[in-house]
Design a protein around this ligand. Structure first.
Ligand code: FMN
Length: 367
């Protein structure tokens, strides 16, 4: 039996195994921000395929912070019931269900008035103004209100999306955050918005409602040592705040060489060794059973998969049965293909469907 099949006890959650489906925007929800039957079916397949913990794609806490048109929303009560159904589907197959909550910041769609941590020019001649303190407080309340809704909906916890240059990660990272007020400057200042959201969720939902965080372990800032030290400070703070699990990701997974695997492991291992008391998972380039076991062997309590499960939702069973590694070639076409060919999420699935359609057409013509 592999170590990845063993249960793990965190502060409040007992997870049936060590494998997390990392947050992945599926492109399957409808334009009104609601899960479709295809989205529910995806969760059922993942849970039945043995994944212990399902984290949803980023769900939007504020209508002014939507990253995608077909993104699941949770910015008012009308969006809550869909999470009850998805949680029940996951639970029926023994999986834990954690929605990821997010604000897109200056990457928001359909907004003329864009705001960022600080004022800055954006692509296509656009410009973001700096968020006011009142707006920061209002955004904190949106995250807290979303968590309250999700707790009432029966979800097992929430994950804050503080990675990949969405709004919360922009506060944490000095590349983006040059504020000179309470929400910038020192590590403590940059961390303040995340701290206040976690404290607010605990105050509103109870200390025992699990709060997870996804965060970049690296930066595009030149001061890598400084960022490492800041990460250690933040990870210790997460532990003090009672964070259930920190999932370590990075700024540049999209630009890694296609054959690269476990590209965050070296820095991840350093951080885990520096803050062993904080439960952590690592995501990025995990493509085989050996990769998963290496992450756990480095001290992580859990390991997270993104694209391997887009390409093959039942990848875990294959890996445990001694199968080859993932068919994912990290081409990242999963970011564009679903918009071009509705219902398909990986180029391999689309190619297989097209080959089948061609074969059926040829058979019909011959008959
Ligand atoms: C199509 C796609 C959508 C993604 N959506 C999200 C998301 O909603 N939230 C998030 O935190 N990460 C998202 N990610 C990043 C993944 O969770 C993961 O961190 C990244 O793909 C690296 O892991 P991997 O090599 O296992 O794919 C997405 C990745 C892809 C490819």
């Amino acid at each position: 039996m592999s170590i990845i099949e063993t249960p793990v006890h965190l502060r409040h959650l007992t997870l049936k195994n060590r494998v997390i489906r990392s947050a992945v925007h599926s492109f399957l929800p409808d334009d009104a921000g609601r899960m479709t039957e295809a989205e529910y079916a995806m969760y059922e397949t993942l849970a039945r395929g043995g994944i212990g913990t399902l984290i949803t794609g980023h769900c939007c806490v504020d209508p002014r912070g939507r990253a995608n048109r077909n993104q699941v929303n949770i910015y008012d009560d009308t969006f809550a019931a869909q999470f009850t159904r998805a949680t029940a589907i996951a639970h029926a197959a023994g999986a834990t269900f954690i929605p990821q909550i997010s604000h897109a910041g200056p990457r928001a769609i359909d907004q003329d008035d864009l705001a960022d941590v600080v004022a800055r020019p954006l692509k296509k001649g656009r410009h973001a103004r700096a968020l006011t303190i009142e707006e920061i407080h209002a955004i904190e309340q949106k995250f807290i209100a979303a968590a309250v809704r999700l707790q009432r909906a029966g979800c097992d916890g929430v994950q804050l999306h503080a990675a990949h240059s969405y709004l919360l990660s922009r506060f944490l990272d000095p590349t983006f955050n040059q504020r000179t007020d309470d929400y910038g400057g020192s590590v403590e200042g940059r961390f303040r918005i995340v701290r206040e959201i976690i404290e607010g969720i605990h105050a509103a939902c109870g200390e025992d409602f699990p709060v997870l965080v996804k965060i970049n372990l690296d930066t595009k800032d030149e001061d890598h040592d400084g960022y490492h030290d800041a990460m250690v400070t933040m990870l210790r703070a997460f532990h003090q705040l009672g964070v259930e699990l920190v999932e370590l990701s990075g700024v540049d997974f999209i630009n890694q060489p296609r054959d690269a695997t476990l590209y965050y492991l070296a820095e991840g291992e350093r951080l885990k060794a520096a803050v062993p008391e904080q439960a952590m998972s690592l995501v990025g380039g995990v493509r085989s059973l050996t990769d998963m076991e290496r992450v756990l062997g480095a001290g992580f309590e859990l390991v997270s998969l993104g694209r391997a499960l887009i390409a093959e939702p039942e990848f875990l069973g294959k890996a445990l049965a001694g199968g080859e590694g993932s068919i994912c070639i990290s081409c990242c076409r999963c970011f564009v293909l679903p918009e071009m060919h509705k219902g398909y999420r990986c180029v391999w699935q689309w190619k297989a469907a097209r080959a089948k359609a061609h074969a059926e057409k040829a058979a019909t013509q011959q008959a």
